[in-house]
Design a protein. Structure first.
Length: 390
């Protein structure tokens, strides 16, 4: 396995670092967090640069397998990981917004969409004209996601959806929601599940914002579906066989989340490192004290392992060799690393880390979701254990 990047991939990173340095500087990220507003300007800057087309085929307006002004690339999982790592480094919530659109509007439609859905949705994804979110979790089905009860009853010409979702992040700033609903009951809970692409402005949808500790810019929502009527053309994939597709989307999600959080953890580490090199106590910079330097050494080690795991998993995906256990391992380690690095970084800053005017508190707050959202660390360990035959 070759761990080096191609010249085109190095260009991708360089172009992104320059673009995001202007469109999403630290003070901008802080204002979005403080004001609880989505980083729309940065999202649009990525769109104008053609970055949403990175994984979309050229026939739908994307740049995959082509050489474009955004640095080229072939739409590989490694290219995607570079994009999300750089977005996460600039502002994790920007990366969350981008990954949802690319995963649930891009990858999902490319994988399971009809020709009409691809022709309608993929060009808008490639241009960054729309945002897409994911509606799966319910009040009584979190870790046990397949136990969902939101129903989609077939009616003449379409379906009527009734139910409740929770933690649908970005629903209030998205145009489409990839909604997971039950259309029938089978012997197993994974049977009878169907996926729908629902316009978030459809009558009968009620969205309520949930106040959270972190992730405030995009945030998350509670969504009520009350006799929501959608056409049959809203079905993504095969009726009643949606869970297998959801499983594939989640693998893709694992890569995106892991890359984004590794980027964010790197930013937290660099902030703590620079602080340790300039903050003086007892006549010397605090980085000279072993208690601090060893924490920074541990942070560096954890980040190097995370980055290696992200690109190994991306390589395995490109080779068609990735397993469910691989996805769980990378999600578990990168999430725990982000949480640990942010915690140690706050400790290094001491009282200043606890002050809202410094960014470390945001890393600390945002990182706490990494071991909870999109599959808890405990669930990842269960998956890994099953892969070991336990």
């Amino acid at each position: 396995m070759d761990y080096s990047f191609t010249p085109e991939q190095n260009q991708i990173r360089e172009h992104l670092r320059a673009l995001l340095g202007k469109a999403c500087p630290p003070e901008y990220a802080a204002k979005c967090d403080e004001g609880a507003r989505p980083p729309r300007e940065a999202y649009d800057a990525l769109a104008q640069g053609g970055w949403f087309g990175l994984i979309v085929p050229p026939e739908y307006g994307g740049s995959a397998a082509s050489n474009t002004g955004s640095g080229g690339g072939n739409g590989s999982a490694i290219d995607l990981a570079i994009l999300l790592e750089e977005c996460g480094y600039a502002f994790e919530e920007l990366a969350m917004w981008v990954f949802r659109t690319l995963t649930y509007g891009g990858y999902a439609v490319m994988r399971d969409g009809t020709p009409e859905q691809k022709a309608s949705i993929l060009p808008r994804v490639a241009r960054g004209e729309i945002a897409v979110c994911f509606g799966i979790t319910e009040p009584h089905s979190g870790s046990d996601a397949a136990a969902l009860t939101t129903r989609a009853a077939e009616r003449e010409g379409g379906y009527v959806i009734n139910g409740q979702k929770v933690f649908t992040s970005g629903m209030d700033c998205s145009d489409l929601c990839l909604l997971i609903a039950r259309t029938s009951s089978g012997e197993k809970k994974h049977e009878g599940i169907t996926n729908f692409l629902v316009d978030t402005r459809t009558p009968g949808i009620e969205i309520r914002k949930i106040k959270t500790l972190g992730q405030r810019a995009i945030g998350t929502t509670q969504v009520f579906y009350n006799d929501v009527q959608v056409p049959k053309t809203a079905v993504l994939g095969k009726v009643g066989q949606g869970w297998r597709a959801v499983d594939a989307y989640i693998w893709y999600e694992r890569l995106c989340l892991s890359a984004a959080r590794t980027g964010a953890a790197t930013a937290a580490f660099e902030y703590a490192l620079n602080y340790a090199k300039t903050r003086k106590q007892f006549g010397q910079t605090i980085g000279k004290f072993q208690a601090v330097s060893h924490q920074l050494a541990n942070m560096k080690m954890m980040l190097d392992i995370s980055r290696t795991m992200v690109y190994r998993f991306a390589w395995l995906m490109d080779q068609g060799k990735a397993t469910r256990q691989d996805a769980a391992v990378v999600k578990l380690h990168t999430g725990e690393t982000y949480k640990a690095v942010s915690d140690m970084g706050l400790q290094i800053l001491g009282g200043y880390g606890y002050c809202m005017e410094y960014p470390m508190q945001r890393f600390f707050r945002d990182s706490r979701l990494a071991t909870i959202g999109a599959g808890t660390s405990e669930i990842q360990r269960n998956i890994i254990a099953r892969g070991l035959g336990l």
